[in-house]
Design a protein around this ligand. Structure first.
Ligand code: FES
Ligand code: FES
Length: 174
C-alpha cells in the first residue's frame, strides 16, 4: 500500500506494508538515529515525535503515519547546527555511549514544548520512560534545564539536592 508522510520536513511516499513497525520502517529509510532497544515500549530509545507528540516507534505501525508529520532526533538539529537540547547534552556530558541520546533529546523536546521551565522533578518525570545505562541521569537533567534556559525560559529553582534518585536510575528508570 502507498504510504505518504513527512519525515524531518521531507515528504516520503513509498509502497510498504502498513503493518510494519515504524522503527523498522525508519531504519530501512536510513533514519539510523532512531534506535531499537527493547522493542516493547520499555526503554524509550525509539522515541519520535508524531505531529509534535512523543511516541514510541516500536509500538507504532506504518499505517499510523499516513498524512502525519514525523520528527526524529536528526530532525531536531544536526552536528553542524545542533538544537539547543542537543548542544546542552554535549556540553554537560549527558552523552556517553550515545545509544539513548536520540530518544532522550526527543523526549526533552516534547517536554520543553509543553513546559518551557521544568523543575528537576518535572524533567525526571518526563524522561522516566527513557532509560540510560551510562550517565546516571544527573547530567541529563542538567542538560535539559540548561537547554530550557538557553531557549529563553530560565529555570527558577536551584539545582535539586536529590541526586540519589537520578543516580539510582543508572540501574533502572529515573
Ligand atoms: S525500543 Fe521502543 S521503547 Fe524500547
Ligand atoms: S549514554 Fe549510554 S545509554 Fe545513555
Amino acid at each position: 500500500m502507498m504510504l505518504s508522510f513527512t519525515l524531518n520536513g521531507q515528504g516520503v511516499r513509498l509502497d510498504t506494508a502498513l503493518d510494519k513497525r515504524v522503527v523498522d520502517l525508519l531504519r530501512e529509510l536510513q533514519a539510523l538515529d532512531v534506535k531499537e532497544g527493547c522493542g516493547t515500549g520499555e526503554c524509550g530509545a525509539c522515541s519520535v515525535l508524531l505531529d509534535g507528540v512523543h511516541r514510541l516507534s516500536c509500538l507504532m505501525l506504518a499505517a499510523q503515519l499516513q498524512g502525519r508529520e514525523l520528527t526524529t532526533a536528526a530532525g531536531l538539529g544536526s552536528a553542524s547546527a545542533p538544537h539547543p537540547i542537543q548542544r546542552a547534552f554535549a556540553e554537560h556530558g549527558a552523552v556517553q555511549c550515545g545509544f539513548c541520546s536520540p530518544g532522550m533529546t526527543i523526549a526533552a523536546s516534547a517536554l520543553l514544548a509543553q513546559n518551557p521551565d521544568p523543575t528537576r522533578d518535572e524533567v525526571r518525570r518526563a524522561l522516566s520512560g527513557n532509560l540510560c545505562r551510562c550517565t546516571g541521569y544527573v547530567k541529563i537533567v542538567d542538560a535539559v534545564r540548561a537547554a530550557a534556559k538557553e531557549l529563553g525560559d530560565a529555570p527558577s529553582d536551584a539545582p535539586s539536592a536529590a541526586p540519589d534518585d537520578e543516580t539510582a536510575g543508572a540501574r533502572g528508570k529515573p
